[in-house]
Design a protein around this ligand. Structure first.
Ligand code: AP5
Ligand code: ZN
Length: 217
């Protein structure tokens, strides 16, 4: 399947993508994770992306689209993928359609995770991520690691993202509502959207997501 995951920062896209990608045997492609990998390797792309990310703004389309395209061309993504954080505005959605069209492919579903802004702020304030693997995501109260600051899965150090300061989160939410939400209407026009509530326990949300995706497969 070719799936796009949409939702505000902190909706649980990364958390759900880890389970969904495993269940569906498709790679989880997160443009946020790709940028963070570039930042830790101190590449030119990483330096450019960091300045936008730290301010809560979108990284320019030109570099984002090229990076996403490159990742989607890798061998493991030939039979499907789960896109998390891309596309993030209508021009990125149009570029993705164009890329798929030239290969005779199309998306199967756009999974829209709904969560109120105030819940987003709570989730992000408590989020901790593993330095070894960004799919190991915790929350100080909702999904606490057994030992504070240490990843249950691999023993890696847990850290807080630079763009998770409350002021930056509010800016990211604003960017989401003004620039990203319009892609939901864009994809409604293609009858691809399934909307689910992202409130409740992580496994309840996964179950809802799997059921919603079944209807589109
Ligand atoms: P990105 O990395 O994509 O961040 P985001 O969209 O802001 O989303 P987050 O990663 O913050 O949240 P999430 O929805 O994955 O939630 P999570 O599962 O971690 O992008 C970062 C930046 O990169 C952007 O601001 C932009 O600058 C740039 N960028 C990326 N893509 C771009 C693009 N296409 N174009 C331009 N720029 C781009 O969960 C959050 C917390 O909640 C965790 O602690 C988790 O444990 C907890 N949690 C999850 N589910 C539940 C639940 N059901 N109940 C309770 N707690 C839960
Ligand atoms: Zn880990």
């Amino acid at each position: 399947m070719r799936i796009v995951l949409v939702g505000p920062p902190g909706a649980g896209k990364g958390t759900q993508a880890a389970f969904l990608a495993k269940n569906l045997s498709i790679p989880h492609i997160s443009t946020g994770d790709l940028f963070r990998a570039n930042i830790s390797r101190q590449t030119e792309l990483g330096k450019l992306a960091k300045s936008y990310m730290d301010a809560g703004n979108l990284v320019p389309d030109e570099v984002t689209i090229a990076m996403a395209k490159d990742r989607m061309e890798q061998p493991d993504a030939q039979n499907g993928f789960l896109l998390d954080g891309f596309p993030r505005n209508v021009s990125q959605a149009e570029a993705l359609d164009e890329t798929l069209k030239t290969e005779g492919l199309k998306l199967d579903a756009v999974l829209d995770l709904e969560v109120p802004d105030e819940e987003v702020v709570k989730r992000i304030a408590g989020r901790r991520i593993c330095r070894n693997d960004s799919s190991h995501v915790y929350h100080v109260s909702y999904k606490a690691p057994k030992q504070e600051g240490v990843c249950d899965e691999c023993g890696g150090e847990l850290y807080q993202r630079d763009d998770d300061a409350e002021e930056t989160v509010r800016k990211r939410l604003d960017v989401y509502h003004t620039q990203t939400e319009p892609i939901i209407d864009y994809y409604k026009g293609q009858d691809l959207v399934v909307t689910i509530s992202a409130l409740g326990a992580v496994d309840e949300v996964t179950q809802r997501a799997m059921e919603a995706l079944k209807a589109k497969s």
